[in-house]
Design a protein. Structure first.
Length: 147
């Protein structure tokens, strides 16, 4: 029997959040945080809506997950996000002590890896799931902005 609770399944949920952002004219990045195969937080970029440069999908999801868990540490949790986290988000993820991060598309210009931003030593990272779809959505968003 196939496990429906795969990385691809949860990345599809994050992609749905990115689509919500796209429809709200936000940069289309979506995130979900999962604990024990259960989504405990869903979020997407809200920087335009909130006029807040810190309202990235990852930070919105961290806040919601911490509220759900009743504590600031996200042990035994996985973040699924459609785009590689930036430095700011990587810093917050470091402090959250999240167990695992799975991101879709790489961000070669602003991603945390470009700047060698450390994550918590016990955080595992994997990427590439739905990378093409995630990248295409962001490219389409900016292409439409330039029209």
């Amino acid at each position: 029997m196939k496990d429906i609770y795969s990385d691809e399944y949860f990345m599809r949920m994050a992609f749905q959040e990115a689509m919500n952002a796209y429809e709200e004219d936000e940069i289309p990045v979506g995130a979900v945080i999962v604990s024990n195969n259960r989504i405990i937080a869903r979020a997407h970029n809200l920087t335009e809506t909130l006029t807040d440069v810190t309202a990235h999908a990852e930070l919105q999801a961290i806040t919601a997950a911490a509220d759900f868990l009743g504590g600031k540490y996200l042990k035994n949790c996985t973040l699924y996000v459609t785009l590689e986290p930036c430095n700011m988000c990587a810093g917050a993820l470091y402090w959250s002590q999240i167990d695992r991060i799975v991101f879709g598309a790489e961000d070669l210009h602003r991603g945390y890896r470009k700047f060698n931003t450390p994550l918590h030593p016990q955080t595992e990272v994997s990427y590439g799931i739905m990378a093409e779809e995630s990248s295409n959505l962001i490219q389409e968003f900016f292409k439409n902005k330039r029209r």
